[in-house]
Design a protein around this ligand. Structure first.
Ligand code: IMP
Ligand code: MG
Length: 187
């Protein structure tokens, strides 16, 4: 289906997104000057944000990827039962790690990631998330850089998927309530 058909409204438009990403990159660059920065991107949702963010960060850094999957209580929420699908290629011990995520919802996924990474003894460990839904939090996680606090609504675009699709949209949009259960088959 065309994005226009399933979208209720655009929550963060392309220009606003890009401006905020540039601001975040500026702050991160200032904070990590002279440090040993490693950006850790959580696949798949974080990849769009990461690639824009890293191009605006003007201090030397490395990029690492990891993939996780969370088993949900329903299709639109994670239960906190997180599984590691693909681990980092390189050791992060003694390095300044910045986790880059698309969204922190209940906080369960980030809580898992922070525990996992802390155990590997980085020099520092911080979190940068494009979106946060504070009203949905069930576990308190420290967020160091947040693009936008958003209301409790299901969003898609700019890396975030709706049943694995629509990650390519250049904006963040709210899904129409009627599609929350998924898109029905045509036949
Ligand atoms: P949490 O563990 O509840 O914080 O959920 C985090 C994960 O749930 C994110 O990394 C997303 O994959 C997914 N998620 C949460 N809210 C949304 C949303 O509004 N749209 C798309 N994915 C979401
Ligand atoms: Mg995600």
């Amino acid at each position: 289906m065309n994005p226009e058909e399933i979208i209720d409204r655009i929550l963060v438009d392309e220009r606003t997104l890009q401006e905020r990403v540039t601001e975040l990159a500026r702050t991160i660059s200032a904070d990590y000057r002279g440090r040993d920065l490693v950006l850790v991107c959580v696949l798949k949702g974080g990849v769009t944000f990461l690639t824009d963010l890293m191009r605006e960060i003007n201090v030397p850094h490395e990029v690492e990827f990891m993939a996780i999957s969370s088993y949900g209580a329903g299709r639109r929420e994670s239960s906190g039962a997180v599984r590691l699908i693909m681990d980092l290629k390189n050791d992060i011990a003694g390095r300044d790690v910045l986790l880059v995520e698309d969204i922190v919802d209940s906080g369960q996924t980030m809580d898992y990631l922070l525990r996992l990474f802390q155990a590997r003894q980085p020099a520092s460990l911080r979190v940068c998330t494009l979106l946060s839904k504070p009203s949905r939090r069930t576990v308190d996680v420290p967020l160091d850089y947040v693009g936008f606090d958003i209301p409790d609504e299901f969003v898609l675009g700019y890396g975030l998927d709706f049943d694995e699709k629509y990650r390519n949209l250049p904006y963040v949009a709210v899904l129409k309530d009627q599609y929350f259960g998924g898109i029905p088959d045509d036949d």
